[in-house]
Design a protein around this ligand. Structure first.
Ligand SMILES: [Zn+2]
Length: 418
């Protein structure tokens, strides 16, 4: 099959017109414009979106009339929500989340799952995934080691799935268990993802075992002193030589310039969740500084419970609104090239390919309309396309979202641009 479009995104600042040839689910050739089976016309065709941070089992709408409260309390409510949903409710939520992801052009997710409720719904879908098994362990006794090892060692299709480890955060996993999990990640060459510096009180807890983080731990009859590191989490990983490119820093809302420098040096990406960030009314995210320092920035939604939607196109628009200084080329890279090049660097490139529409990549693609508006002077196609809407999506060359019947111009707008 040959798909033509006026604008192919190869991960460069300029798009080019051309055709993609697909055979057996793979991109097998790239051609100059010409005859095709499907001509998308004035549309952007790029690698499918990767949502680099999601909790599929928390695909439940956020509370309406939300007023951001204490973050520790909010985490407590998440635990309650999971309990009241129960195993069936969590799996159903995951299934709904998968549907919503695929309906908005996402072809792969990095899912954080504490107890396996998204496994079956993912198995039933075409969505590609890195499933991070989340570990929470306030004590040095790590009781779930066997189930973690079973999860990591299970049989799964490496073309669809990769399994990995997510120690939840530096304040919910004891330093000793954290060490063991990071050692395991290294031994098994499995990536890790950790919520780091999500809350402003994390560093105070780790350096002086005081503040709201200490109160949070005391609620669970846990001695905050057990979490003392004497320095920030990133710095302590550097000191232990455990900050490696296998790692993914989720949020990093309060990472300092020095920590961002360390991440750049170690090849550790930063995952930015613009909508969820706004939900908690946090100060501006350090993504622009991180990008300038050479840290790869990836985009995620986080759970629907705090994000309110699961559309990466909306995240791109939120990111654009929050960081005008980041080029459109870089924004599109955050949802296509960057997550894939990180996987490549940690030895798992076969799952999602390059994100640059290279021969040999799986034909996981998304087509976005270019709105018919008069672009601002010198506005690039990539900038205009940020306001576009989903036209079609393919996983392994199979359509997962059918084309709008009357072509690009009739596609309803995705709405809600910030
Ligand atoms: Zn999260």
């Amino acid at each position: 099959m040959k798909i033509a479009a006026d604008h192919l995104f190869f991960g460069e600042s300029e798009t080019r017109a051309g055709r993609i040839v697909i055979e057996n689910g793979l991109i097998v050739d790239l051609l100059e414009p010409g005859e095709s089976d499907l001509d998308l016309g004035n549309a952007l065709l790029c690698s499918g979106f990767v949502n680099a941070h999601i909790h599929l089992d928390l695909s439940i709408p956020p509370a309406k009339d939300h007023t951001p409260e204490d973050f520790g309390n909010w985490l407590g409510k998440v635990v309650e929500s999971r309990r009241s949903l129960g195993p069936k409710g969590l799996s159903e939520a995951a299934a709904r989340g998968i549907e919503e992801c695929m309906a908005s052009g996402t072809t792969a997710v990095f899912d954080i799952d504490p107890s396996g409720h998204s496994l079956q719904p993912l198995e039933n879908s075409d969505l590609k995934r890195v499933i991070f098994r989340e570990v929470i362990s306030l004590t040095d006794e790590f009781e779930d080691q066997k189930s973690l090892l079973d999860f990591l060692g299970a049989d799964f299709d490496p073309k669809k799935e990769l399994r990995a480890i997510s120690p939840h955060s530096p304040y919910t996993v004891s330093p000793m268990v954290m060490d063991r999990l990071l050692d395991l990640s290294k031994t098994l060459e499995k990536p890790w993802a950790i919520h780091v510096a999500e809350s402003e009180w994390e560093e105070e807890l780790l350096t002086s075992t005081s503040g709201p983080g200490a109160d949070f731990l005391r609620q669970f009859e846990t001695d905050p002193a057990a979490f003392h590191r004497g320095t920030s989490f990133i710095q302590s990983l550097v000191n232990q030589k455990k900050l490696s490119q296998l790692g993914l820093v989720i949020h990093g809302n309060h990472c300092s310039d020095e920590e961002l420098d360390q991440m750049a040096k170690s090849g550790v990406p930063l995952v930015w969740c613009p909508s969820s960030h706004q939900y908690f009314r946090r100060p501006p995210h350090p993504a622009p500084e991180a990008h300038l320092k050479g840290v790869k920035v990836l985009l995620g939604t986080d759970g629907l419970i705090s994000c309110g939607h699961l559309s990466m196109l909306q995240e791109l628009r939120h990111a654009r609104a929050a960081a005008k200084e980041i080029s459109a080329h870089e924004l599109w890279s955050m949802v296509t090239v960057n997550p894939r090049s990180w996987l490549n660097e940690c030895g798992h490139g076969e799952l999602l390919g390059s994100g640059r529409l290279e021969v040999g990549d799986p034909a996981d693609l998304v087509a976005i309309t270019i709105p018919k508006k008069t672009p601002a002077k010198n506005e690039s196609v990539l900038e205009t396309a940020l306001q576009g809407s989903l036209l079609a999506c393919w996983i392994d060359g199979r359509v997962t979202n059918s084309l709008a019947p009357n072509g690009p111009d009739q596609t309803p707008s995705e709405g809600d641009a910030p």
